[in-house]
Design a protein around this ligand. Structure first.
Ligand code: SAM
Length: 287
């Protein structure tokens, strides 16, 4: 019987296929059945199409398959394809696509694979490219309902961070501007084989049907967000003036005052609502 949470089973599977975990591809295989359950429950796969990134040996794929309508798993490592053919042989609603998720045309892929099914993403992400993958999925306006990720605990903390904390930054804003971010569980390194250097956490990102705060110009908003967090030690006014694309010191000071903020406020203390407001005011003043 296939049991990808059983260490002896995994050892013999990998030995038969000549597989050794590749550190360069972030291969830390999850072995903990209770964590798998938490990820599957958070992904709410019932009746949905699931895009899984990096199926590895097929552990999460097998856990998702009985509840999802369909699972499409994208795996970069060609050596794992024969393993997945074996471990997913009894899961007819799964398919594996070989390739790099960062180089794929995801909108076309979702349209072709899932037609009009609701779609969610689930992944135990390769840690070396966690943020690029999450940003790529966030920024493409994909027809996705929710995403559930296993990531390094520190990355999870950045997605959940509140204004004014050390973990709050441009990545936090990119996530919380579009999604409700919900912590699911923390996961010790011992839940994986091989064990990573750091603890991990599972997070669910639920896309807003209607975003709570919408700037007049999204490109201008994210340009402002980048400038705000690029110079964390500076005051908001100096940081924006140094960026050189938001008007002169006086107009910036006026916009900050209009938000009823202190002239010496630091940008990293501003909520998304305040950042949206500031972006709109600067846009208007500088038009
Ligand atoms: N899902 C499996 C599990 O939970 O045990 C494996 C997770 S492992 C942390 C990450 C997986 O992502 C590996 O199988 C790795 O080969 C794959 N991977 C790495 N980079 C990738 C990329 N750019 N596109 C698709 N898969 C990738």
């Amino acid at each position: 019987m296939i049991d990808l949470t059983n260490t002896a089973y995994i050892r013999s599977l990998c030995a038969r296929h000549g597989i050794r975990a590749k550190k360069a591809l972030g291969q830390n295989f999850l072995q903990d059945a209770s964590v798998l359950d938490r990820i599957v429950d958070a992904a709410m796969p019932e009746g949905s199409g699931i895009l899984e990134i990096g199926p590895g040996l097929g552990t999460l794929t097998r856990a998702l398959a009985p509840r999802a309508r369909k699972v499409l798993a994208v795996e970069l490592d060609r050596d794992l394809l024969p393993v997945l053919t074996e471990t997913l042989a009894d899961c007819p609603n799964t398919s594996v696509l070989h390739g790099d998720i960062l180089k794929m045309d995801i909108p076309s892929l979702l349209a072709a694979e899932f037609q009009d099914m609701p779609v969610s993403v689930a992944a135990n992400l390769p840690y070396y490219i966690t943020t690029p993958i999450i940003l790529a999925l966030l920024e493409q306006n994909l027809p996705i309902q929710r995403m559930v990720f296993m990531v390094q605990k520190e990355v999870c903390d950045r997605m959940l961070a509140a204004p004014g904390t050390k973990a709050y930054g441009a990545f936090t804003v990119a996530v919380q501007y579009r999604c409700r971010a919900l912590p699911v569980c923390t996961v010790p390194a011992s839940a994986f084989s091989p064990a990573p250097q750091v603890d991990s956490a599972v997070i669910a990102l639920e896309f807003y049907k209607e975003k709570p705060y919408v700037p007049k110009d999204e490109k201008h908003f994210f340009s402002l967000v980048r400038a705000v967090f690029a110079q964390r030690r500076k005051t908001l006014a100096n940081g924006l003036a140094n960026a050189g694309r938001f008007g002169n010191k006086e107009t910036i000071a006026d916009a900050i005052a209009a938000l009823r903020l202190s002239p010496s406020v630091r940008g990293e203390t501003l909520s998304i609502e305040q950042l949206v407001d500031l972006s709109d005011r600067l846009l208007q003043i500088n038009q």
